[in-house]
Design a protein around this ligand. Structure first.
Ligand code: AHR
Length: 498
């Protein structure tokens, strides 16, 4: 028996809905062959796939980061507006027709009800390019650039509030990698210009692209020391897979969230250090603007270099991937005091919760479910959770058998408990001890349903892995609720004040 204690007024932090953001890049079949696929029986008259749109709506994505990723470090935004130029996508070895650019992507995002966060090129781009991009998108007055925007069909500004200053600039794989001080200086000057154009925008500066980087966490400190006054967010990126791609290392893989939590807490500590060093009252937050499960060796079938629609990073997610994914999402929620934005990388075909083929209807991958249920039910505040769960050792440290994230919404009086049992063969009774709530009653529960931990959902087939209605949480004589978490399970257990 594991006891989880929650007190209504003890809160980690407010959950900004931007935690349920995502990321779409010009990579593989994400844009071409993903959201845009003229000639597909599922596409509308303009070539956009309706089935994909329906699923992205259902996924519940608040904000989408675009157009990269590594791609952005060689991207000239001018190639994607007005007259289009066919270019090489050097980051991914593809040909880029630029059919989809800022206008098309923003219209698409609007049609599915998501906001857009744009990234600027800090690899080959300049502070002036970034400033002009903000002017093109956001300036309301009449200038040469806004005239061009109007000529391209958009008289009104796009009103893009959030911007990233580059992508993973600490990685040698990045076009135009920089040393921390070089990037810090450049980001500082770029941020100044961008905010001179539009002071209302919110900026994200590139933090570390992973705790495995030799530059981590010095990079984050140096970059923030250069930019603390100009930016609102420090970005972190992190992907997990079976350690050494060894699918027998189930326990280690399930422990990924322990490492993710430590990574986030180091980012938070670095922000606090720089805040103190600067004697600043301003609070910078974290934007984990790339996170996911990514089996890096899988799903790469690029026939030849410079194809437009190469098959790259098309992971076929399993039930266990969904459970690890759920724990990562829950870790974001459990750090809601400092994580105020996050982007699931990515959305369609490329390391994605949605998979489609030209004439095959888009499907929900296994990882679709934790995100969709999180986006729908994780509202209000994350509560502090006290747990007495025992655990096991992993390469990332001790992994609790029962891991939870618990959210409470003052507006509705709803409490949602996300519960993962990391044990493969044993169920666990969880005793939920609630304090300070008014007449809390169990309302509903959902659980991930599958037969084998390596089950996948496949195009053209019934869903093998899906969320189903779960068991009730049973009210005990002492006022606690008991919920049985099945072996290797992800459940969403909901209560409401009556
Ligand atoms: O999401 C795929 C790639 O992963 C992104 O382009 C890059 O930023 C990261 O390394």
């Amino acid at each position: 028996m594991v006891t989880i204690s929650l007190y209504k007024k003890h809160r980690v932090g407010k959950i900004e809905h931007e935690i349920f953001g995502a990321f779409i890049e010009h990579l593989g079949r994400s844009i071409y062959g993903g959201i845009y696929d003229p000639g597909s029986i599922y596409s509308d008259k303009d070539g956009y796939r309706e089935d994909v749109k329906d699923l992205v709506r259902e996924l519940g994505v608040d904000i989408i980061r675009y157009p990269g990723g590594n791609y952005v470090s060689g991207y000239d935004w001018r190639d994607g507006v007005g007259e289009r130029k066919v270019r090489l996508n050097l980051a991914w070895g593809q040909t880029e027709p630029n059919t989809i650019g800022t206008h098309e992507f923003c219209d698409w995002a609007k049609s599915i009800g998501s906001k857009v966060m744009l990234a600027t090129n800090m690899g080959t781009g300049t502070p002036r390019d970034a400033g002009e991009y903000v002017e093109y998108c956001n300036h309301a007055g009449k200038t040469a650039l806004t005239d061009e925007r109007a000529k391209n069909g958009r008289a009104e500004p796009f009103g893009i509030e959030r911007w990233c200053i580059g992508n993973e600039m600490d990685g040698d794989w990045q076009i135009g990698t920089k040393k921390a001080n070089e990037y810090g200086r450049l980001a500082h000057e770029t941020a100044k210009i961008m905010k001179m154009v539009d002071p209302s925008i919110k900026l994200t500066v590139c933090g570390s692209s992973g705790p495995g980087m030799p530059t981590f966490p010095e990079w984050d400190r140096i970059v923030l020391e250069n930019t603390y006054n100009e930016v609102e967010f420090l970005s972190l990126h992190r992907y997990y897979e079976f350690p050494y791609a060894d699918k027998k290392r189930v326990g280690d893989f399930l422990g990924s969230f322990v490492d993710f939590d430590a990574f986030i807490k180091t980012g938070k500590a670095t922000i606090e250090y720089v805040k103190a060093y600067k004697r600043s009252r301003k609070q910078v937050y974290l934007s984990v603007d790339e996170w996911n499960v990514w089996h890096m060796q899988e799903g790469n079938r690029q026939k030849e270099k410079w194809e437009v629609e190469s098959v790259l990073a098309e992971n076929h997610y399993t039930a266990i991937d969904a459970i690890v994914f759920a724990t990562l999402m829950m870790t974001l929620l459990n750090n809601a005091d400092c994580v105020k934005m996050a982007c699931l990388a990515q959305v369609i075909n490329v390391i994605a919760p949605i998979l489609c083929e030209h004439d095959k209807k888009a499907i929900r991958q296994t990882t679709f479910f934790p995100f969709a249920y999180g986006s729908k039910y994780a509202k209000g505040y994350t509560l502090e959770s006290l747990s007495d769960s025992d655990g096991y050792d992993s390469i990332y440290g001790k992994v609790p058998y029962i891991y939870t994230a618990n959210t409470y919404d003052d507006n509705t009086g709803e409490l949602t408990c996300f519960i993962v049992n990391t044990r493969e063969t044993e169920s666990e009774d969880v005793s939920l001890c609630f304090d300070g709530f008014d007449n809390l009653e169990f309302t509903e529960s959902f659980t991930l349903d599958y037969n084998d931990k390596f089950d996948t959902n496949n195009l053209g087939e019934e869903e093998k892995v899906k969320m189903i209605k779960g068991d009730a949480a049973r009210k005990q004589s002492d006022g606690r609720f008991a919920y049985t978490a099945k072996p290797l399970s992800f459940s969403v257990v909901r209560f409401a004040e009556k």
